[in-house]
Design a protein around this ligand. Sequence first.
Ligand SMILES: Cc1ncc(COP(=O)(O)O)c(C=O)c1O
Length: 458
Amino acid sequence: MNQATAKESKSRDIATLLHPYTNLKLHQTEGPMVITEGDGVFVRDEDGKSYIEALAGLWCVSLGFSERRLAEAAYRQMLKLPYYHTFASKAHDVGIELAEKLLSIAPVPMSKVFFVNSGSEANDTVVKLVWYYNNAIGRPQKKKILSRMKGYHGVTVASASLTGLPNNHRDFDLPIANILHVDCPHWYRFGKPGESEEAFATRMAESLEQRILSEGPDTVAAMIAEPVMGAGGAIFPPATYWDKIQPVLKKYDVMLIADEVICGFGRTGNMWGTTTYGMKPHMITCAKALSSGYLPIAAVMISEEIYAAMVKESEKIGVFAHGFTYSGHPVTSAVALETLKIYEEIDILSHVRKVTPRFQAGLHSFQDHPLVGEFRGIGLIGAVELVADKSTKAPFDPKAGIGGYLAKRGHHHGIIVRAMGDVIAFCPPLIIKEDEIDLMFERFGRALDDTLAKVREA
Ligand SMILES: Cc1ncc(COP(=O)(O)O)c(C=O)c1O
């Protein structure tokens, strides 16, 4: 695209588009980065510059940006049945097949699948199901849902309430009632001096138990958690964390909900993050890599116990009055089915396991860098946390915008990374090859060195 056209699209964007997760004031002068094409793990902007997409878009494009089979699956389904719904006992063949497929690969026995269009809708649905279920079984007071500080569960009214990040609440008048936030299990940040990972996990479980007791166990219904906390800063549970948290939940009959929106479908080296960490959830939400991000689809899987109670409640009321026009849309379902088929055919899990050592070694290579406080990762997800002082772990003043500066320098060097404050996350397409992993970290390293130069200059 020539420069005049690029300039024009920038001003058209500023005139018309409201951007999510953007400093709207800054955007009025800086404008957008306009991406026009994708190929494998790369995307290209309107000036023709190529970037390696180190976050797979928004943690979602597992099969990269040019999987023709997904486009063809959508096209075939568009011609056959472009729309139908699942309200009032209607169904379509692809929706049924996708539900069967998901149940067959679920990490723990699950009974039914409810389709939605986004991770936020999935988690919003979960909140309603927790309440519906407890009303159904005669526990109308057991309604509180625990989530973790720095957890990310979406942006709708209920799911943003679950999200444990201040900016998602501030001036949106959130969180709503009955959502409580408990400790963030980030050992590097919140572990006490000299405290082992295991001791920290014990403290997390004790603190959870205290919170349940102080709230009253008969009022606490569920806890929602990502196996790996994504948007809160790619945070991994400390050793023994789930072994200690789950017995506490069980003791007080608090249901566990696994938010697999990022971890699901191979990200951590197993099909589910739940499996990687030995979690035994009663409900699971998934999205993103379910369709490799090609079309919006997400799902909630529920256990037989929850389903059985819902059946009774809907019989009493006359209907289960929840659902979206596009719940289980046939075209998105067809693309999701094709995505799962491709995962099997190319054995995506073996591929992820094969390239994981290279990815983890890449992260590791930054451990001595003066700006890097912690590097962390599992499977093909990881992060580097930038600090002002390595020995004290002192962070930079958020106003300095160090992470944002690094992301900008990344653009210059041909890599798109996500800066969550001063945490830089990596979550590349699962199909990434070893030489592309090397290239990704080489480009990141250049951006990191530029950032160090800027810090030293300041
Ligand atoms: C773990 C997790 N849950 C839920 C969501 C919300 O998904 P969506 O943006 O599709 O609403 C996200 C989005 O990044 C996520 O990472």
